[in-house]
Write a protein that binds this ligand. Sequence first.
Ligand SMILES: Cc1ncc(COP(=O)(O)O)c(C=O)c1O
Length: 460
Amino acid sequence: MDTFSMLLRNSVVGIEEKVPLVSGERRTAINFDNAATTPPFHSVMREIRNFAPWYSSVHRGAGYKSVLSSNLYEKARDTVSEFVKADAQRDVVIFTKGTTEAINLLAYKISQQDRSRVVLVTEMEHLANVLPWRFACQSDFVSVDASGRLSLEDLETKLVKYKGKVRLVAVTGASNVTGYMNPVYRIARLAHQYGAEILVDGAQWVPHCPVDMRPHQSKEHIDYLVFSAHKMYAPFGAGVLIGHKDLFQQGPPFCKGGGTVNLVTHELVDWDDSPQRDEAGSPNVMGVAALIAAIETLQCMNMNTLYEHEKQLTDYAIKGLKSVPGIKLYGEAGLAEKRVSLVSFTAEGIHHSNVAKILSYEGAIAVRSGLFCAHPYVQKLLCLSKEELQYCHEHPDEPLPGLVRISFGIYNNCREVDAFLEIIAWMMRHRRKLDEKYRCIENDADYPRWLLKPVKKRAP
Ligand SMILES: Cc1ncc(COP(=O)(O)O)c(C=O)c1O
């Protein structure tokens, strides 16, 4: 391993932890489920420990620690804003508990403004960027092609069809299923040309490459951006919504309560300005401190370099998987495709949930399997018919169709990919026997009990 890879590997917590295999052996865990959540950076944990003695209520007290906590929390908005090149004057940075809450908040604000306008979401969205719109506004889908790539032609057709009625195009920066990165600046250009705005779901985008919201006067400006800290090495529950201040200065907030007002009487409510208006209750200062430490660490490592590093790993895994008979890749439009560091596949003759179990129980490798909260997209990639979906709906006890996903963080390496490919090749050679064996273990609750015995704690 080269020095840079070693540095990246040593930047996160828990890489040497051993987990039990079905054989009774314990083996160093390999985490290929970083698209779900990443382990924390050491720098994040250090920041939490260093800040803990000074931690106090935000915006509520005149005590020294409270002032210090409030300063840290408020200054964090500038760091986040600079990280994604937002406009500090015209945009507001609202802290949420994640991408899902951020989109729900935005959907509420937009629906309050005008329910008659349309929000175009794409067929490749995570449900976090589908369901809030379905319930808040009139929404319609922009289609994807058979390999899962977004159709810009269909986007333009829909923008034309709605004759200026489209309020927002809600699109993911990168798919959590295929890893495709969308041409968000071209989409922004198109949306603006037809009088709409653009929201980019950055949950799978912001952690992997440099992001630039571009100036407000640019046709390629990203109007709204959301992302989650726990997918970028900073657990503790913070998320971000950035967007035009004007929208958030109007009307009541999504969540109402303490901290959102200047004055309340029995007769009136005088709302505070955003972001305070949009952050009801006690702010998550620890979560925000963690996010800022993660951003600073990522910046030191350089987002361009990290993108290239993860790309090498992804290309290596794709090449290896393609060489195993019976493995089918999804959204595999060639190695040149702009994508983030994840790959989805199926294994002929083995249910996706069994592949995940085999990797974990036999190889200590954590992956994700299923529909990845992107049900319509995975259904389309798997070419499931309406009848097949109806069957799934009517037979909830039967296993659902789905995919297996591996997703890399900056600390993963080719040695781990080799270990993964070895097990995959072995699994395919013994697929019938293994599928039968693992079919008896129906879900995670059946994880052999003795394997779940707590691991001995190390001395601090
Ligand atoms: C593309 C995408 N959007 C939104 C979300 C939801 O993020 P969170 O669970 O942090 O709110 C995810 C989570 O996996 C995601 O992958």
